[in-house]
Design a binder for this molecule. Structure first.
Ligand SMILES: *Cc1c(COP(=O)(O)O)cnc(C)c1O
Length: 376
C-alpha cells in the first residue's frame, strides 16, 4: 500500500518492517476467552519491581504530575554515578535502552555508513540501522555446534569485517545476546575492542548483565578510559522489573554523552520512571532475589526440556532458546491455544526455535505442562 504522501518519506523508513513485540496478555485473553494467560515472551522480571519502588510510586502519583520531570535526571544520574563509580558527565538517560540504541544510530549512521552486528542478534539493531538508511553488515554467528556459544557472536568475524571495510561507523554487541542467551567472556570482548579502529563506535549492550554468572561478568566501565569509542547500554527493564516504565542509560566518554544529549528529547524519561529507577537501583537485594529465582528456574526449565529430548542453548540471561528440530510455529500456536505466550524465533533466522522467558515456578510449570501436552 502506498500513498501520495509517501513521496518524500525517507527511503529507509519506507523499507522498515515494524518491530513485532510479544503478544500482550490482554490480547490473548480477548482472542481466546481465557482468563489465566501466562506471558513468557518478553524477558520481563516475573517478580516485578521491588516493593520499595511500588511504595514510592504509590506516593508519587499523589504528587504533582502536572509538572514536567527533571530533564537532567539529576537524582538518578547521581545514584548511577555512585553505583558505577563514574562521573555524571559519562551518563545519558534513555526511555528504555532502546532509546540510546536509536540515539547512537541517529548520530553515527546514515546513507554511506554501515552498522556491524551478528546474525541472530537483537532485532532493534537492524531496525535502527534501516531507519537511518545505513547499510547493515551482518557477521556470521558461531556455528550451531559451538561448545560454549552456539549461534553466538563471533568476534573474530567482526574483526575481519572491520579490517576489510572503512565505512563501518557503529558496531552492536549484546552480551549476553538476545535471543540466543549466549555470552562472551570479558577477556574476549576486551581483546576484540583492541582491534577496533578508534573512530568506530561500539554499542555494548548489557541488558542482561545482572543475570550473568559472576565469573562471566567483566567491568566494562573500566574499559572506557582505554576505549573511549565504547558505549555501555544498560536497562531497568529486565532484572530491575521496570519494563513498563521505560528507563535505561548509557555509560560513555563525556564527548559521546554530549552528542547523545543533543539528540535526546528534553524530557525523555517521565517523572515516575526517574523515581522508580533511582529506588530500584537502591534495592540491590531485590535484584539479587530476582537473579537467584532466575538461575534456579532457568536450570529447572532447561533440565525439563532436555528430558523431553529438546536442545536448549546455554543461557546466561533470563530466557532460554529451545530447538525443536522442526518448524516451531505450530508449537508456538499450540502453546498460545493453551494460554501460554512465548516468542517465535523465525524472524531471527532460527525457525526451529522458541524463546521462553524464565517466569515464576508456577508460570514455568504452566509452560512445561502445556509443552508436554503438545509433544505427547
Ligand atoms: C530487552 C533488551 C533491551 C532493553 O530494552 P529497553 O528499551 O531498555 O526496555 C536492550 N537490548 C537487548 C538485547 C534486549 O534484549
Amino acid at each position: 500500500m502506498t500513498a501520495a504522501t509517501d513521496r518524500f518519506a525517507l527511503p529507509g523508513i519506507l523499507k522498515l518492517q515494524p518491530y513485532s513485540p510479544g503478544m500482550p496478555i490482554d490480547e490473548l485473553q480477548r482472542r481466546l476467552g481465557l482468563s489465566n494467560v501466562v506471558k513468557l515472551a518478553s524477558n520481563e522480571n516475573p517478580l516485578g519491581p521491588s516493593p520499595q519502588v511500588r511504595a514510592v510510586l504509590a506516593d508519587a502519583v499523589q504528587g504533582n504530575l502536572a509538572l514536567y520531570p527533571d530533564g537532567s535526571g539529576y537524582a538518578l544520574k547521581r545514584a548511577l554515578s555512585t553505583y558505577h563509580d563514574i562521573a555524571p558527565e559519562c551518563i545519558t538517560l534513555g526511555n528504555g535502552s532502546n532509546d540510546l540504541l536509536e540515539f547512537l544510530s541517529r548520530i553515527f549512521l546514515g546513507p554511506g555508513r554501515a552498522a556491524l552486528f551478528s546474525a541472530h542478534a537483537f532485532a532493534v539493531y537492524a531496525l535502527a540501522t534501516q531507519a537511518q538508511d545505513a547499510e547493515a553488515v551482518v557477521a556470521p554467528s558461531l556455528p550451531a555446534d559451538h561448545p560454549d556459544a552456539p549461534y553466538g557472536h563471533d568476534l573474530a568475524a567482526f574483526s575481519r569485517v572491520l579490517a576489510q571495510r572503512d565505512d563501518i561507523s557503529l558496531v552492536f554487541i549484546a552480551n549476553p545476546n538476545n535471543p540466543t542467551g549466549t555470552s562472551l567472556s570479558a577477556e574476549a570482548v576486551e581483546a576484540f575492542l583492541a582491534t577496533v579502529p578508534p573512530h568506530v563506535v561500539v554499542a555494548y549492550d548489557e541488558a542482561y548483565f545482572d543475570y550473568m554468572a559472576p565469573a562471566h561478568r567483566g567491568d566494562a566501565t573500566q574499559w572506557l578510559t582505554r576505549f573511549p569509542n565504547v558505549v555501555i547500554c544498560r536497562t531497568f527493564s529486565k532484572a530491575y522489573g521496570l519494563a513498563g516504565l521505560r528507563a535505561g542509560y548509557s555509560l560513555s566518554s563525556p564527548r559521546i554523552a554530549d552528542l547523545l544529549n543533543r539528540v535526546r528529547q528534553p524530557f525523555n524519561l517521565n517523572s515516575l520512571a526517574l523515581l522508580a529507577a533511582e529506588h530500584a537501583l537502591a534495592d540491590q537485594e531485590h535484584v539479587g532475589e530476582s537473579v537467584t529465582l532466575n538461575i534456579r528456574e532457568r536450570g529447572r526449565l532447561t533440565d525439563a526440556c532436555e528430558a523431553l529430548g529438546l536442545r536448549v542453548l546455554p543461557s546466561q540471561a533470563n530466557f532460554i532458546a529451545i530447538d525443536f528440530g522442526r518448524d516451531a510455529a505450530p508449537l508456538q500456536q499450540g502453546l498460545l491455544e493453551q494460554g501460554v505466550i512465548v516468542r517465535p524465533m523465525a524472524s531471527y533466522d532460527m525457525p526451529t526455535f522458541l524463546r521462553v522467558s524464565v517466569g515464576t515456578e508456577r508460570e514455568n510449570d504452566r509452560f512445561l505442562s502445556a509443552l508436554e501436552t503438545l509433544l505427547a
